[in-house]
Write a protein that binds this ligand. Structure first.
Ligand code: EPZ
Length: 417
């Protein structure tokens, strides 16, 4: 088990480059199941979750290689359509293979993902949508067993704009007979990126990025050749890290228009953020102003930035109220931030953060991906040394984080316990 040791108090300065978006790379990899041949995906982040998805596809018969962020995936010889519990339980995004497998093979056996640290995270909307498209779905000893002839286009209204639900149904619909209309669809940039890649494969998708997506089924597709969009959550994480340390840095190769809500809220706290093409110039503040936040579906403030924003608010010059509207248990970082001296009280889905003058380093434990990012941000400003345990959570979603932080002047090292 690795631990990250961080000595706080150093301002982050310099330039870093943002990696490809994890939550775009994963559905794109699943989409490679939709047609045989060799698919090329570039700007793929080297992350644990990408490795897990590649291993899942390989277990089905795919052949892959990843070099310098360029992923090649040959899915000509998919011998079976199972996604076993051992893999799915380590990464819920494995459920994204369901739609493509049904679309191409008419059969899929995918382990139910089960819950995770941040919530129960059911996939009922994925399954109801597939049923409406003609799939027969049964749940048997923890597995989703799905069968279908050719899926049929239909109208689907999503009670909640589920991101991977929208992606699963969009992938299922591209080879269906007729037109599928998904209403109240998720509008995240990663959904639009997937639609962009699918259209380049020959699909006919309109409206991705809005709340109504129309997919006209086609007979067949050709292999993908696509570059993954930059990671907006990684971008927001580094803006916050530079801000809390009163640093000054250039964050390159990102898409500022994908994180307007995050930039707006951080500007409210006094952080100086200038947009220049695909770069952001960030200047920190001596003491951030308090600011309230409500997490919402895109384009609202993303739940994946809630923990990082809270870390910044722990040293604000007043009280901030943070309401988590997406997941029912996404405050696991609060107890750990308290160990660093933060003054936070939680009432249901609302956290009240009273800014303190300073944080003090201590041993803390990561509980989920974004909670671990929040602890890194707090540790960068805490006095003394912080040791962050269970850092494998961080490796799932952040490429070479300690290298990028060291390049900005942070005192951080990874130790094997
Ligand atoms: C995606 O998860 C992201 N993961 C998450 O990022 C992100 O936090 C989340 O969207 C919200 O933006 C990937 O894209 C791989 P949802 P997803 O379905 O699709 C409920 C990270 O840190 N719901 O949009 O699983 C659900 O319980 C990860 O990178 C149902 O009730 O999220 C939740 O309350 C964490 N039934 C809400 O909807 C369903 O069938 C939003 O979930 C589906 C979802």
């Amino acid at each position: 088990m690795d631990v990250l040791l961080i000595k706080g108090g150093r301002p982050l300065t310099g330039r870093i480059r943002i990696s490809g978006a994890k939550n775009s790379a994963l559905p794109l990899m699943a989409a490679s199941l939709l047609c045989p041949g060799t698919h090329h995906i570039s700007n793929v982040p080297v992350l644990k979750d990408v490795q897990t998805m590649a291993s899942l596809l390989e277990s089905m018969g795919a052949v892959w290689s990843l070099r310098d962020s360029r992923l090649q995936l040959d899915t000509s010889d998919i011998r079976h359509q199972q996604a076993p519990y051992e893999l799915v339980r380590t990464m819920r995004a494995s459920v994204l293979v369901l739609g493509p497998l049904l679309a191409r093979f008419g059969h899929a056996e995918v382990s139910l993902p089960g819950g995770c640290a941040i919530g129960a995270r059911p996939i009922n909307l994925h399954l109801e949508g597939l049923k409406r498209m003609g799939a027969r779905i049964e749940l048997d000893s923890g597995y989703i067993k799905a069968r279908a002839g050719r899926l049929k286009g239909t109208e689907i209204y999503l009670d909640i704009p589920t991101v991977t639900g929208t992606e699963n149904l969009m992938m299922a619909a591209v080879l269906a007979e007729g037109v599928t209309k998904i209403e109240n669809a998720a509008k995240e940039p990663e959904v639009a990126d997937l639609a962009d890649a699918l259209n380049k494969m020959g699909a006919r998708i309109k409206g991705a990025g809005t709340d109504v997506i129309e997919i006209e089924g086609v007979e067949s597709l050709r292999p993908m050749n696509h570059e993954v969009i930059p990671d907006r959550i990684e971008t927001g994480t580094y803006i916050t890290a530079v801000a809390i340390t009163q640093g000054e840095a250039v964050i390159e190769k990102t898409r500022p228009e994908h994180l307007e809500a995050v930039i707006a809220k951080l500007r409210e706290t006094g952080v100086d953020i200038r947009v220049s093409g695909d770069s952001l110039l960030v200047k920190g503040v001596s003491r951030p102003l308090p600011s309230d936040v409500k997490t919402m579906p895109y384009p609202g403030f993303p739940t994946d930035m809630q923990a990082q924003f809270m870390a910044l608010m722990t040293i604000a010059s007043g009280t901030s109220v943070i309401r988590e509207n997406i997941f029912e248990n996404r405050f696991m970082h609060v107890a750990e931030l308290r160990r660093l001296g933060a003054d936070i009280s939680v009432e249901g889905s609302v956290a009240t953060v009273k800014g303190v003058d300073r944080l003090k380093g201590a041993p803390v434990m990561a509980t989920d991906l974004r909670a671990s990012a929040s602890l890194v941000i707090a540790a960068l400003v805490a006095e003394g040394e912080t040791s962050i345990h269970r850092v494998y959570h961080l490796d799932r979603g952040y490429e070479r984080m300690e290298e990028k932080l060291r390049a900005l002047g942070a005192e951080v090292e990874r130790k094997r316990l």
